[in-house]
Design a protein around this ligand. Sequence first.
Ligand code: C2E
Ligand code: SIN
Ligand code: SIN
Ligand code: FE
Ligand code: FE
Length: 374
Amino acid sequence: MSEHRDTLEDLNKHAPLREKIISAHKSLRKTFPFIDRISIAIYDPDTKILKTYLHSSDNKNPLPNYQTSIDNAPSLKQLLEKGLPRVINNLLTFEDGQREHTRRIGRSGYAASYTLPMFNNGEFFGFIFFNSYEKDVFTEKALQQIDIYGHIISLTVINELSSISTLAAAVKTTGSITHARDPETGSHLDRMSRYSRLIASSLADKYNLDDDYIEHIFMFSPLHDIGKIAIPDHILLKPGKLDDHETAIMKTHAHKGYKMINEILDNFGLKNIQYIDVLRNIVKSHHETINGNGYPSGIKDGDIPLEARIIAVADIFDALTSSRPYKKAWSNDEAIQTLKQMAGDTLDEDCVNALIDNIEKIKHIQKLFKQNYN
Ligand code: C2E
Ligand code: SIN
Ligand code: SIN
Ligand code: FE
Ligand code: FE
């Protein structure tokens, strides 16, 4: 009897998605050494934005933090509409392409690519790109095997993404939260999660942030206030200013949320989701302030995790520009003035600048997700 080692055994383990993709790439390279890079882009159907999410390159990533509207990538749009993969066996003919990603791919020396759209129950959710430095490598025979890997990778990605939606569903069910009770409407969460992603993307170069970190900030940010489930209605929904006692109770939402997240992760066996500490930090620390006067812990400056500093700016900007049971909506200009005053004292200055330097994108997000009055 001979022993065979399962070349994909790493997929059985509890490991971050990125490590699994790297393992799949290694295994694939044993048969097809010419595959130099696998990358994954995720599609957001609400904004029609396609965003690089993960890549397996051993060396530099030619396309960090790349994002585009699907309407600006006509050939990719065609792929998803037809549901068919695309083989380009000589990318060098694309080298002087007009579009950003073609130019970047060309510059980094890739000669051939294979692009596979990913679908879950018929619903498009992204692309897998296989890139090679050699041309004419994606032959029909090779593609038959590469396709199998592509589908395994696609299932691995959807598994991770659906753990996150299980988590979101679990959160909604816990304490039977309903929008009727929640003063933070769905559109607040739609906007603040996109402001958070906007801030993180703008800081990516300076702070050396990975695409998958940024994408997880986007996915986790709507859960920042889950602790409000535990706050009684007469405080949460009070149509006026809170008194000191009520404020103290209200402030417990950050720590209560943190405890709830830990319980949910335990109960649903979700502790191995990648970047789960990013979620914990967002829920626990989104009301900490740079000067150390925030809550629940009073930590300051760089001791506050970056994701919490980002969420704080996104949350406050949207709270100011929205109406609440206790206040009217402010204009963008008024809110920006206030953020500027808070920068460096309570809010992180880089995060504030990253948001307010992008007023056109802010307005676009506001247009897509108008406040729904309930
Ligand atoms: P929220 O409505 O999501 O507000 C998030 C944060 O945005 C607030 O954190 C605060 O930093 C900022 N913010 C919101 N509205 C205003 C405003 O009118 N002026 C200024 N300067 N900042 C504002 P904070 O203060 O820790 O409050 C946490 C949560 O407590 C709020 O979440 C809200 O649910 C509740 N809350 C705060 N103040 C009141 C109030 O006067 N009445 C009621 N009913 N709820 C309040
Ligand atoms: C990528 O490889 O990350 C996306 C670029 C492309 O091949 O279109
Ligand atoms: C496409 O991939 O959509 C066409 C080529 C490009 O956008 O660079
Ligand atoms: Fe909060
Ligand atoms: Fe909020």
